[in-house]
Design a protein around this ligand. Sequence first.
Ligand code: ZN
Ligand code: ZN
Length: 120
Amino acid sequence: MSFDYLACDHCDFSHPGIPMRYFRQEDGEIRIHAYPTGSVSFIGCVGFAPSEAVILNASGYVADWFCLDCKSTNRIPDVDEKRCRDCGSQRMTHLSTLENKSCPNCGTGTMNKKSSVIDF
Ligand SMILES: [Zn+2]
Ligand SMILES: [Zn+2]
């Protein structure tokens, strides 16, 4: 079993590049699909409660967005506003689109796809 992730060839910045799917259970709770364990609570995985838009949407994806201003990584659902929760900046870049692009962390290196082998 292996999965691909993106890593900078200059600094230690890296990103698994895999969006996580969220879904609404029969009881109405929004949960995150987690492989291979099943599902985990939205707040435990993402760090905040699902927004009204996420609850209405009922299923979609949460992806990692990188703030170009304070360099923090935010997990943001597809239907939510792409705004940094740390500094309020809207200069956010989607980490899974960074393959072969320059690293947003150091600005010097290039984000290359790598494979990681995991044993279950
Ligand atoms: Zn870098
Ligand atoms: Zn920020």
